[in-house]
Design a protein. Structure first.
Length: 165
């Protein structure tokens, strides 16, 4: 059980980076799409930036918590935070790009890519600091899939997200 907690803690900057962009729908100022043609209207500059900022903020907070179970070198919190946030946002954007090329409309489900895109991007980014086993990766993917479904359902019901996925 403690290894699972370590893995969830490791992925926390990635998870929170992915959760930040939907809150920018409440942003009252300029928030234009990155590229409506290639990614869709819902992938915005402010959302992408908030995702990276959430990864950085989470890694900063983790760097201040002296937990022996942490699997990452927290003296490099800024680089890790940027990498986690950027990895999550690029993973999500890459999936949106592929969806648009396959003519899948924004807001339509594409299971399990919609649930794991940011996780794969985050894992790639973290691979520069952490050596994970295939079992670790499998646990992260399984827990992330289940957790993403639960969080997205709750966010949809609270009016934060426009879709259930």
């Amino acid at each position: 059980m403690s290894r699972i907690i370590q893995l969830l803690y490791l992925m926390l900057p990635v998870y929170l980076a992915n959760m930040a962009p939907p809150f920018t729908k409440f942003w009252p100022w300029w928030n234009r799409p990155i590229s409506e043609k290639w990614l869709g209207a819902h992938k915005t500059v402010v959302g992408f930036s908030f995702g990276i900022a959430a990864g950085v903020l989470t890694a900063f907070i983790q760097s201040r918590i002296d937990w022996q179970g942490a699997a990452i070198p927290m003296e490099q919190w800024l680089a890790i935070g940027v990498a986690c946030g950027l990895g999550a946002m690029v993973g999500d954007s890459a999936k949106s790009f592929i969806k648009r090329r396959l003519a899948i409309e924004p807001g339509h489900s594409w299971f399990p890519a919609d649930q794991l895109d940011f996780v794969v991007g985050g894992l790639i980014a973290l691979s520069f600091w952490v050596d994970l086993s295939w079992t670790d990766v499998a646990w992260i993917l399984a827990l992330s899939l289940a957790g993403d479904i639960i969080v997205n359902q709750m966010s949809f019901r609270l009016g934060i997200r426009d879709t259930k996925w």
